[in-house]
Design a protein. Structure first.
Length: 64
């Protein structure tokens, strides 16, 4: 299984939170949005329209 990076936003400064969030949308990559169903089967879909709405609280929106 792939390792993931985890960030505790409560322990990060406002600038650190902003830099992490803005790095998710610049340059404009394709977001691979994943879910897991009740049987633990993964599903993924590519999205090219998403943006950071705010860094406090941290919100990234996906346009479906």
């Amino acid at each position: 299984m792939t390792e993931h990076s985890h960030f505790d936003f409560a322990k990060l400064s406002e600038r650190e939170r902003y830099k992490i969030l803005i790095g998710t949308v610049i340059p404009r990559p394709i977001a691979l949005v994943t879910t897991v169903n009740k049987d633990e089967q993964p599903n993924a879909g590519p999205f090219s329209f998403f943006n950071v709405l705010t860094h406090d609280p941290a919100i990234v929106a996906i346009g479906v």
